[in-house]
Design a protein around this ligand. Structure first.
Ligand SMILES: Cc1ncc(COP(=O)(O)O)c(C=O)c1O
Length: 413
């Protein structure tokens, strides 16, 4: 069953291992909370995208996990980067991703960030408003550059996911309305320091049914042909990221090949190069969060397992009521308990699981929180002045620390 999350995750002699590395030994050696990622898993996912979309440019969405060693794995897997900040640009360039493979989205790019990205000569700015077009044109002119832009369009498609990660609906802050996007295209064309080369859309995240992709791609392709008719030279069709992963035991998720089967027929005949921006589906099930049980607490009507990983380490349950499967690192005969698994943070919203049936665990035991490779450490904070976790990469039986645990001085500096 665990292998459905990640084929490198298995019990060996009743100890949970990732790529053959004992998670108990890692926890004892490096302490908890501890993020552990599987390099082979991430390589496999990038290969799956390459095979499903041999002609496309895959831009890894750095926001999912910005550890430089993870971005480097994406680069080795042939990917470029989808970025949303100067920091993500810096990290991508630092690991050697070519600027010609970097696309930059986001509704609130600052002057400084735009200048940095223009000077870096990235592939394309995915522009989200009229004002951003003006500012980009102004800075490009000042720097004596001509920059490539796509307009991020909002196809008003319901991705059937959590509202906080639905980005392609009319009411969302992202993009411009696809129905009126011609206005932005006509406007951008008149700005002399911009070259309009693409269409961008990203409808949301954790999408488990590929039909919204088909709908979005159809609308984008329609716009593509309208723009061609109008004399635009559209070289890139960027359909964003968003492919969902397995979080719950009963969930099954679409593979990159299913996405290809859904959208490639729709974009057939389109001359522009396809770009995809997967994040979660590359790293999500490549990572787990290890945590140690601190206390057990029984209030009669309610049971709590109190662990040392909190919402500052993994905010997804608190933020999206997200489900993360939790298993003990040691396998043995156990009864089951119904419990909340909660962290040490002073917030009622600080939980990893609510009213969950889990194997009965004891004080001091280690638990593995699955599917934590994406939007886990990347969303971690110092709330309650808690140092952020250590990160480890396992690779075919060996491991290395890819981010050291922080200490108090680091936070206060
Ligand atoms: C513009 C854009 N591209 C790509 C992604 C990556 O999405 P996912 O991690 O679901 O693949 C996001 C996520 O929010 C995004 O906003």
């Amino acid at each position: 069953m665990l292998s459905e999350y990640n084929k490198y995750l298995e019990y060996i002699s009743d100890e949970l291992c990732l790529e053959g590395v004992s998670l108990k030994e890692l926890a004892e050696e490096l302490g908890t909370p501890l993020y552990v990622y599987s390099a082979s898993y991430i390589r496999d996912r990038l290969r799956a995208y390459r095979q499903a979309f041999p002609e496309a440019l895959i831009c890894y969405a750095v926001k999912a996990n910005f550890n430089p060693h993870i971005i480097a794995l994406a680069k080795e897997g042939g990917a470029g980067a989808d970025i949303v900040s100067g920091g993500e640009l810096y990290a991508s360039l630092r690991v050697g991703i070519e600027p010609s493979k970097i696309v930059y989205a986001g509704v609130g790019k600052t002057l400084k960030e735009l200048e940095y990205a223009i000077n870096s000569d990235i592939l394309m700015f995915n522009v989200e408003s009229f004002m951003e077009l003006d500012v980009l044109d102004y800075i490009a002119g000042k720097l004596g550059k001509k920059v490539r832009v796509a307009i991020r369009v909002n196809p008003d498609v319901d991705p059937k996911t959590h509202p906080y990660i639905s980005t392609g609906m009319k009411k969302s802050k992202f993009g411009v309305d696809i129905k009126t996007a011609r206005k932005e295209y006509d406007y951008a064309r008149k700005l002399k320091n911009l070259r309009v080369v693409g269409i961008h859309c990203h409808i949301g995240s954790q999408i488990l049914d590929v039909s919204p992709y088909i709908e979005a791609a159809q609308k984008v392709v329609e716009l593509y042909y309208e723009l061609l008719k109008d004399g635009f030279e559209i070289e890139y069709l960027d359909l964003g990221g968003g492919l969902g992963i397995k979080y719950k035991p009963e969930q099954s998720n679409p593979e990159p090949s299913d996405l290809a089967e859904a959208i490639l027929p729709v974009v057939k005949g389109v001359k522009a190069k396809l770009i995809l921006e997967p994040g979660r589906s590359v790293v999500g099930n490549g990572g787990i969060l290890l945590t140690q049980v601190q206390f057990l607490k029984d209030k009669g009507h309610k049971h709590f397992v109190i662990v040392d990983a909190g919402m500052n380490d993994l905010v997804r349950p608190a933020m999206y009521e997200a489900y993360h499967h939790i298993v003990p690192v040691e396998r043995k005969e156990r009864s089951y308990i119904k419990t909340d698994v909660v962290g040490p943070i002073c917030e009622t919203g600080d939980f990893l699981a609510l009213d969950r049936e889990i194997p009965a665990v004891e004080k001091g035991e280690y638990l593995a929180v699955l599917s934590a490779g994406a939007y886990g450490f990347a969303m971690a904070s110092h709330y309650n002045l808690r140092p952020r976790a250590c990160e480890v990469l396992v690779d075919k039986g060996s491991y290395r620390v890819i981010r050291e645990r922080e200490d108090y001085e680091y936070i206060l500096r």
